[in-house]
Design a protein around this ligand. Structure first.
Ligand code: AHR
Length: 507
């Protein structure tokens, strides 16, 4: 063994069950922001666009990711949005000043167009209601418009707009980041808690089958975290099914070892919110468990550091267009691993966002659609991370970083898909210089052999993909063996790995 190699072991067994993975942890997000909608999913006149103006090449990439749920229409946008502006004949729709991002909203795409697009890409929609400038009335009307079959004012209006069948949207967010000073119509925790409860109550009267997400803190760094959760949930606990979490990370001080350890902060955040939910559960003597909807998460800082000045009051300007590098993909992998290891409480998560705006998919106006580095860990977990999340027993050397101590070099999660007879080991080697000799005890999975070992690795941590060149892309790792109930492999330094075992074989 060379000096540049470390050793780690992992044990997994069918009985180490954390929980069934809710596929909705592979959700994403489209906001009326920047070029996400206008110039992203929607570009009339593009060579691949359908008769409604939606790009076919973008639809194909979204389908490839197999995204189960997409949050819409915001984000900060929703707190100033009048949903009625986005329905009915397009030529009659109002052009509005959009205050969250200081753009012009032409309202060419609204609820019905987006629902139709989502159906085509095979996704459910997580619809957010405006609790910034609006409240109970607008929310219950929107729900009636979307979900009621007919015979009432709002449901018949939908039918008049050419949508005979109700959309049957199951999941609804009660506002967005209402704790944030940047939010249009920011609320105190008590103001929000009361409004969200009353809105949720009215919405449930319209359609008792819906699920509701109560707004959590905008990030764990908010000064009001976690008191916000405690106070708001005290009001909304009985009406809500989920509380939201949002978190973005960056590597501003160019300390990669510390950056890759940020998933430990994520883990701490999840644990704190879980404890706060359980405290309210105990306080209320409730039998109900509150689940977590991590409905905004990503790396986001590159675009904030650029000097590009964006003119206000235009349609679809290039806002928040982070160009992701290879180390970003590693942290995205670790964040997904963290969600899998908390599959018992994190039931939904939305990579924010999906197209052009802090996104895995980018488009050129009139040109191609291409994949950022972060596309790949998201793709791999979405494809192979469905089943039961199993607790890996990990023995790994550790390091101390600027903000974290005892960071294991090996970060991993395991998913067992009984139906497909497959076991997938997701692993990040956080060591920036050393490969890792990894031995996995999988003796509980008799007869399993190696299907494939996919690896995402690049010697340059700052390597990026562009429309012209895909520098960071997955490859097949060689040298991995699965024999007598053990997998042995040399995991490359700084790499994302997907080791698939099963009774089938690709070879
Ligand atoms: O995803 C970008 C923005 O980040 C969202 O609009 C907002 O909810 C969050 O602050």
């Amino acid at each position: 063994m060379s000096q540049d190699t470390i050793k780690a072991t992992l044990i997994v067994d069918k009985s180490f069950v954390i929980a069934e993975v809710d596929k909705r942890i592979y959700g994403s997000f489209i906001e009326h922001l920047g070029r996400a909608v206008y110039g992203g999913i929607y570009e009339p006149g593009h060579s691949t666009s359908d008769i409604h103006g939606f790009r076919g090449d973008v639809k194909s990439l979204v389908r490839e990711l197999n995204v189960p749920i997409i949050r819409y229409p915001g984000g900060n946008f929703v707190s100033g949005y009048n949903w009625e502006d986005g329905v009915g004949p397009v030529e009659d729709r109002a052009r509005r000043l959009e205050l969250a991002w200081r753009t012009i909203e032409p309202n060419e795409v609204g609820t019905n167009e987006f629902m139709n697009w989502a159906k085509e890409v095979g996704s459910e929609v997580m619809m957010a209601v405006n609790l910034g400038t609006r409240g109970v009335d607008a929310a219950r009307n929107l729900l009636e418009y979307c979900n009621h079959p007919g015979g009432t004012y709002w449901s018949d209006l939908r039918r008049k707009h050419g949508v005979e069948q109700p959309h049957q949207i199951k999941t609804w967010c009660l506002g967005n980041e209402m704790d944030g000073p940047w939010q249009i119509g920011q609320k105190t925790a008590v103001e929000y808690g009361r409004l969200a409860y009353e809105t949720g109550k009215a919405m449930r009267l319209v359609d008792p089958s819906i699920e509701l997400v109560s707004c959590g803190s905008s990030s764990s760094a908010m000064p009001t975290f976690p008191e916000w959760e405690a106070v708001t949930l005290d009001h909304t606990y009985d009406v809500a099914d989920f509380v939201s979490l949002h978190q973005y990370y960056g590597n501003r001080d160019k300390d990669t070892a510390n950056f890759l350890a940020r998933s430990m902060d994520l883990e701490h955040f999840i644990n704190t919110v879980t404890s706060t939910c359980d405290y309210i559960k105990a306080k209320k003597r409730s039998k109900k468990t509150m689940y977590l909807s991590f409905d905004e998460w990503n790396v986001w800082y590159h675009s904030n550091e650029s000097d590009t000045k964006i003119e206000p009051w235009t349609v679809g300007p290039p806002q928040l267009e982070d160009q992701y590098n290879f180390e970003d993909a590693l942290l995205i992998g670790s964040m997904l691993i963290t969600f899998l290891r908390h599959a018992d409480r994190v039931k939904m998560a939305c990579l924010a966002q999906l197209v052009n705006v802090i996104a895995p998919i980018m488009t050129e106006a009139g040109g191609t659609a291409w994949k950022q580095t972060i596309f790949y860990p998201y793709l791999h977990t979405s494809l192979y991370g469905r089943g039961v999340s199993l607790q890996p027993i990990v023995n790994s050397p550790k390091y101390d970083a600027q903000d974290y101590t005892d960071v294991p070099y090996l970060d991993s999660a395991i998913v067992y898909n009984e139906e497909a007879d497959e076991l997938t080991i997701f692993a990040v080697n956080r060591h920036l210089e050393a490969g890792m000799l990894l031995k996995c005890d999988v003796r509980g999975f008799e007869g399993y052999t190696l299907i494939e070992h996919i690896v995402l690795q690049h010697d340059d941590l700052l390597a990026v993909n562009t429309a012209q060149e895909e520098k960071v892309k997955p490859a097949k790792a060689t040298g991995t063996v699965c024999k007598d109930g053990f997998v042995e492999t040399l995991v490359s330094k700084a790499s994302w790995n997907v080791i698939r075992l099963g009774k089938g074989s690709l070879n």
